[in-house]
Design a protein around this ligand. Structure first.
Ligand code: PHE
Length: 344
């Protein structure tokens, strides 16, 4: 009978360990411990055996019963854990991570940084001045007459605010030349500044945006000449556009420079020979000139002792003129379309 009990235990335990789900376990439990289970039947036979052996076999039968019961409980826990493990998605720590999309600087910011570094190499330091200004800085101090068309609200954005008693109405800077006045009124000479800022004008078409950027250079010292101005712009043109490009100055008119010039660069496509894009071989870059004596006086600088030159060009414009970059509609620059911006 002892052997029978040991066999029952071994059979039961090996079946229990193979059980795959709680139903199967329940079935095994009945098979051994149920009313007519294998172990139950053996225990029922106990009273019939030799009384000397009865006690010993009884203890063994109890041990077998306990072993089977605890094997069932352990297997139940194991099955539960396995099911839980299947539900939790496996994490492979060696998998490559999910990269967040990487942006880059806006095309115009890249150009601003490049222009800044070109001028810094010859001593023009970048400055920032207000882009919401009083009339005096972009107009009055720069010799604009009272009825100049640029002061019309069809040209310039005015802010709905009470005018300054001395400096006039508040407006959005239509050019960066307010920086000249802001810099000179500080009274620190000599000056070599580069003012890069946003400008605002009432214009919007394929080649104009209501907001754009200019970079404005100003040098004031004791004996500057047009040659110095020409040298600086020749240096910029060659460094920014390339050695093969040439520049020229043409007489022009600005209220705040005398003499005034317009600066041209040879076309990047035909290099000055003349083509469909440029016609005559030259592309217009922007304005420049020697600072008007009255402008110096407006900033308490004596034109008998000091003079200067200034230039102001559009960032978007020079960028477009740089070989290889063609933008059909300038407004795309500020439309925040990623498909467009990601190209640069
Ligand atoms: N401010 C002028 C413009 O917007 C450009 C300029 C700057 C001309 C400095 C002369 C000197 O057109």
């Amino acid at each position: 009978m002892e052997n029978e009990l040991i066999n029952i235990k071994n059979n039961a335990v090996s079946l229990i360990l193979d059980a795959k789900d709680p139903d199967e376990l329940e079935h095994i439990k009945l098979q051994f411990l149920g009313k007519s289970g294998q172990l139950t039947l053996v225990i029922k036979r106990l009273p019939k055996i030799n009384p000397e052996k009865r006690r010993e076999v009884g203890i063994l039968a109890n041990e077998v019963k306990e072993s089977i019961e605890s094997a069932i409980i352990e297997q139940e826990v194991r099955i539960k854990n396995q099911e839980l493990g299947k539900r939790i998605k496996k994490i492979d720590v060696t998998d490559p991570g999910i990269r967040p999309p990487l942006g880059h600087l806006h095309l115009i910011t890249q150009a601003i940084w490049e222009i800044t570094s070109i001028f810094e190499k010859i001593g023009f330091g970048r400055v920032r001045y207000p882009e919401v200004e009083w009339d005096w800085y972009p107009f009055g101090a720069l010799n604009f007459s009272e009825n100049h068309p640029a002061r019309d609200d069809w040209e310039t954005f005015f802010i709905d605010a009470p005018p300054h008693p001395k400096y006039g109405p508040m407006l959005l800077t239509p050019h960066t030349s307010n920086g000249q006045i802001r810099e000179m009124e500080k009274g620190k000479l000599p000056i070599k500044m580069l003012n890069i800022a946003r400008c605002y004008r009432r214009q919007s078409d394929v080649s104009h945006t209501p907001m754009f950027h200019q970079f404005e250079g100003l040098a004031v010292n004791t004996s500057l000449s047009i040659s110095n101005l020409k040298g600086v712009l020749e240096y910029f043109v060659k460094t920014y556009f390339g050695e093969e490009r040439k520049s020229r100055i043409r007489p022009y008119h600005f209220e705040f420079t005398e003499p005034s010039f317009e600066v041209d660069v040879t076309c990047g496509v035909c290099l000055g020979r003349g083509c469909k894009l440029c016609k005559e071989g030259w592309l217009e870059l922007g304005g420049a000139g020697m600072v008007h004596p009255q402008v110096l006086r407006n900033c308490k600088i004596d034109p008998e002792k000091h003079n200067g030159f200034a230039f102001g060009w559009g960032v978007e414009r020079v960028l477009m003129m740089k070989e290889g970059i063609e933008i059909d509609d300038l407004r795309l620059l500020y439309s925040n379309k990623l498909e467009f911006l990601e190209q640069f």
